[in-house]
Write a protein that binds this ligand. Structure first.
Ligand code: FAD
Length: 491
């Protein structure tokens, strides 16, 4: 095991090897590598409850060749490498568990191709949502932008199975991936998808074996993606958002399922009353008497007025059906600003994390899960008890993905990062919620180490063993974001 494993003190001095520093400088140039403690410190923590840990070096590669050379160097010296773009993943995923090199890919930020004819782009990992959105809008094109910081990387979001404002229609952002270039942990550069057969063709990962799966959902532990092809879509001119409220999560979930049956919306999302509040009330504040507990919006886009009217007719018939069944779902007006924030993405309004967290004290984390729709109600009721018992507002979101069978169920915990007890209370509450959800069939996305341990405890032994074999095959020295999937704990 490398010497890096032991170093856990978040404020420790970097463990600098002059030979490594010299080689890093020769690869990227003096100005693109640092061992300055104050800069490394900024990479040692994130917004979550995950304990901060110091890296030893930070490098800013400028191209694929440099990434490859850094990986070869890291293998020679057996130093961990953590790919990083904006660090806004809300899972502690870029915190260097065992120290090592932060590979900050932010300056590899070229839009290599924007194909407005075939509707795909090829981007480098440092391209932010804001940059890509600005480029696409010129061609009236869009991507499924997340409700997160516009500075986040579109490729990292897609590689981590992120979701956005079109996931109701098109599914996860990882499903938009059409091709990729990857630097393997050992430094080889490989192409995946159509570009592997013809380097000018970036349109599809199919019908080849889906080797892109080796790099999606692996949290930067199997390779560094240096180019990514993504499908994009035209923006129809007519936006219509249908809004409704309900007294219970169960009623809201069944309304959303009924609506999603018709596949008329880009996004079908609902939030509990506490999440409609900006900032989220902290500590827990009871919902005012008489206010509905759930609010939803279904964003639809149409090319013609007639198409919009057809969508209105379908929505009305769903409302009528739910009413007949005795559901508490009714039409509700949604504040204009909130609707803009949800439909004009990427958004400075919701993407500004401080809007969520400023009453909590700067910390934010969540059990974010993909959960079968018929379990949303029962899990929410338990989450509510857990959160209120721990004095957190039950600020919960549910979103349908590509149809009716599952979607996102996630609870926002905001907490005071400066208060160890408050942070620990949040961590325990999140893990408690997660266990309940896992036992009901939910799976956490972008899972940090605490989550990975809970997943590994429950998973099929054959699956776990395959996971380890694949990781070992790709990364024989275990240098890529080591510890993140908690696979070592199982050895
Ligand atoms: C308030 C808030 C709301 C959010 N809402 C959403 C949402 O609605 N949907 C959503 O999807 N996300 C959401 N996010 C999470 C996040 O902002 C986005 O997913 C973002 O796009 C991630 O990009 P990043 O640059 O921050 O990635 P990082 O945090 O830098 O990296 C994420 C992971 O990818 C790995 N990685 C980075 N680059 C590479 C690479 N080139 N090759 C291999 N691995 C790599 C890293 O090691 C890490 O494990 C939200 C965040 C906040 C704070």
């Amino acid at each position: 095991m490398s010497k890096y494993k032991k170093m856990r003190d978040p404020l420790r001095d970097p463990n600098v090897d002059p030979a490594v520093l010299k080689e890093l400088k020769s690869i990227v140039g003096d100005k693109k590598v640092t061992v300055s403690k104050h800069i490394l410190y900024a990479y040692s923590y994130d917004l979550t409850f995950v304990e901060g840990k110091m890296p030893d070096y930070a490098v800013l590669p400028q191209n694929t060749e440099q990434v490859s050379q850094i990986m070869k160097l890291a293998n020679k010296f057996k130093i961990p490498v953590i790919p990083y773009t904006a660090g806004s993943n809300i899972g502690g995923l870029c915190i260097p568990e065992q120290g090592g090199i932060i590979m900050d890919l932010k300056q590899m930020n070229k839009i290599i191709e924007l194909n407005d004819n075939l509707h795909y782009v090829v981007i480098e990992p440092g391209v932010s949502h804001a940059k890509l959105a600005a480029a696409l809008y010129k061609y009236n094109l869009r991507f499924s932008w997340p409700v997160g910081p516009p500075s986040g990387s579109t490729s990292s979001c897609s590689l981590c199975h992120g979701i956005g404002g079109m996931s109701g229609r098109y599914g996860l952002n990882s499903e938009a991936i059409t091709s990729m270039e990857v630097v393997l942990p050992t430094g080889e550069i490989v192409k995946i998808g159509s570009c592997a057969i013809n380097d000018k063709a970036w349109h599809s990962v199919l019908p080849l074996p889906q080797m892109d799966g080796l790099f999606k959902g692996w949290l930067g532990t199997t390779g560094v993606v240096t180019k990514l092809g993504l499908a994009v879509h035209p923006i129809p001119p007519i936006l219509k958002v249908f809004t409704a409220s309900a007294a219970t999560c169960e009623d809201m979930a069944y309304y959303m399922r009924a609506l999603s049956n018709y596949e008329i919306a880009d996004d079908v999302t609902a939030v509990s009353w506490w999440l409609t509040q900006v900032p989220i009330p902290s500590p827990y504040k009871p919902k005012p008497e008489g206010k509905p507990e759930w609010f939803s919006f279904a964003a639809t886009t149409s090319w013609t007025e007639k198409e919009k009217e057809a969508r209105e007719e379908i929505w009305q018939s769903v409302m009528d059906e739910e009413k007949k069944k005795g559901s508490s779902v009714v039409y509700v007006e949604y504040p204009d600003e909130a609707l803009r924030a949800r439909t004009q993405l990427p958004s400075r309004i919701v993407g500004s994390t401080k809007n969520y967290t400023k009453q909590g004290g700067g910390g934010i984390a969540w059990p974010g899960t993909f959960t079968p729709l018929d379990k949303w109600g029962v899990i929410y009721e338990e989450w509510k008890k857990i959160m209120i018992r721990r004095n957190f507002s039950p600020a919960v979101r549910i979103t349908d993905y590509r149809g009716v069978h599952y979607g996102m169920l996630r609870a926002f915990f905001t907490f005071d990062k400066g208060d160890i007890d408050h942070t620990e209370n949040a961590r325990q509450g999140i893990v408690e919620c997660l266990r309940w959800c896992l036992d009901n069939g939910g799976i956490p996305y972008k899972p940090g180490v605490d989550f990975a341990k809970e997943i590994n405890k429950r998973c099929d032994q054959g699956y776990l063993s395959l996971l380890k074999r694949v990781k070992k095959m790709l990364d024989p020295n275990n240098i890529m974001n080591p510890g993140k999937m908690a696979l070592e704990d199982e050895d």
